[in-house]
Design a binder for this molecule. Structure first.
Ligand code: UTP
Length: 410
């Protein structure tokens, strides 16, 4: 039983959001109950943040953090790989696929993972990722638990799709789905949009809530029961993503770091990727839009650019460290977005341009909560083919080219 209408009204009044009940009288009993339940669970405190976005993301002092680079990795490849395989065989490594995003830049209404990147045959993004993970399963001779994060917007389609394709050869018992939380979406005055007459507009709350959502779904118990000590978190949209890469796993364990972060050497100092660094002495990531001239020009002891390594959303977190920090809050990012809504006249509107804000926590901010981090360099052409857009940079086109160069038939 959720809150009553008068309790809902009271909460909305407190936040200046009474318009949410504008169509309440027109709703069916079921819709009324659903709206009251949504009002009850929604966090409205976050909305104030969009009124002072400049106060949200204050940065500390940025200094360089050296990465483990390719030559060093090459000399230790065998021993790192052996250590990684040992951990995988002992069941200590799990994988977490972040697939709750909306993929708006790709412009498909479907979950990104169901996108077909093939040309003469079908080759779905999910299939590419699972193929890559299966390579490690074969190498190790052991299955790896795969946790898949979805959102309310794409959960059913994702589960149906993967089930219908028999998980592309992955063993079903090793695949676990969980949903991330949603956050309200508001107009530029901080008023909550109605997506339907009986539903407030919301969007997935960013990829930073993955551990809390995994925990809330009860999956941390499975993590403990199976003895998983490391979780490799990765993005859905990099079709060359190496998952549970034994060499990376072994290096992070050997260096006794709380987290490992795969990084690539930046193409240009101002490339639009977050650069690994220290912030007030702790590992962190400085976003490309926060890079000052001074940081762009800074050099390390070898005379190389000091902030030269960009993250590719592939992190290996120690579970013990995650359990230490999970209740700490992450910075809130306020992002402009096109939000479909019910207009004044009750007619649905699908905006062509951004018309409001969504609120997100980001996984990259979790790096700053960790005590130590190993930035681990990988070869961009072999491991980084993100699909953000349909054409141009980081697109279906560029990813196809990289897949081809890596011998994947399209
Ligand atoms: P992006 O930052 O590229 O966001 O996500 P997106 O929503 O997929 O795409 P755009 O910006 O709307 O075009 C990076 C990774 O984080 C996941 C995505 O699925 C992708 O793997 N993600 C993002 C989530 O799991 N949840 C979110 O709320 C946001």
């Amino acid at each position: 039983m959720s809150i009553t209408l008068s309790q809902a009204r009271e909460k909305l009044e407190k936040y200046g959001q009474e318009h949410v009940l504008k169509y309440y009288g027109e709703l069916s009993d079921g819709e009324k109950a659903a709206l009251l339940a949504q009002i009850e669970v929604s966090d409205m405190d976050v909305i104030d943040s969009c009124r002072h976005p400049e106060e949200l993301l204050q940065r500390g002092a940025i200094t360089p953090l050296a990465a483990m680079q390719l030559p060093e990795i090459e000399t230790e490849r065998e021993s790192f790989t052996a250590a990684g395989l040992e951990a995988i065989r002992a069941g200590k490594v799990g994988a977490v696929l972040l697939a709750g995003g909306m993929g708006t830049r790709l412009g498909s209404d479907e979950p990104k993972g169901v996108y077909n990147v093939g040309i003469h045959r079908k080759l779905y993004i999910f299939e590419c990722l699972i193929n890559n993970l299966l390579d490690v399963v074969r190498q190790a001779g052991a299955w790896i638990h795969l946790f898949v994060m979805t959102s309310d917007k794409n959960h059913e389609t994702t589960v149906r799709f993967l089930t219908a394709h028999d998980f592309f050869g992955y063993q079903a018992e090793y695949v676990h789905f969980f949903r991330q939380k949603m956050a309200l979406a508001v107009d530029y005055d901080g008023k909550i949009f109605l997506e339907e007459k009986g539903k407030m507009a919301s969007s997935p709350n960013g990829n930073g809530g993955w551990f809390v959502s995994l925990k809330d779904a009860g999956l941390l118990e499975l993590v403990h029961e199976t003895g998983i000590e490391w979780l490799n978190v990765f993005a859905v949209d990099n079709v060359l993503q190496k998952i549970a890469d034994p060499c990376f796993v072994g290096a992070t364990i050997r260096k006794d770091c709380a987290v490992g972060a795969k990084v690539v050497s930046k193409v240009t100092p101002d490339e639009k990727v977050g650069a690994i660094c220290l912030e007030d002495g702790k590992p962190s990531i400085v976003e490309y839009y926060d890079m000052t001239e001074e940081l762009l020009e800074a050099k390390d002891a070898k005379g190389e650019p000091a902030y030269n390594f960009g993250v590719i959303l592939n992190y290996l977190f120690s579970v013990a460290q995650l359990e230490r920090i999970w209740s700490q809050s992450l910075p809130l990012h306020v992002v402009e977005k096109k939000i479909p809504y019910i207009g004044e006249d009750g007619i649905p509107v699908k905006p062509e341009e951004p018309n409001g804000y969504k609120f997100e926590n980001l996984v990259l901010d979790m790096i700053h909560q960790m005590e130590s981090c190993l930035p681990f360099e990988v070869v961009r052409e072999k491991e980084f083919a993100p699909i953000k857009n349909r054409t141009g940079i980081d697109s279906v086109e560029s990813a196809r080219e990289l897949l081809r160069r890596n011998g994947v038939e399209l």
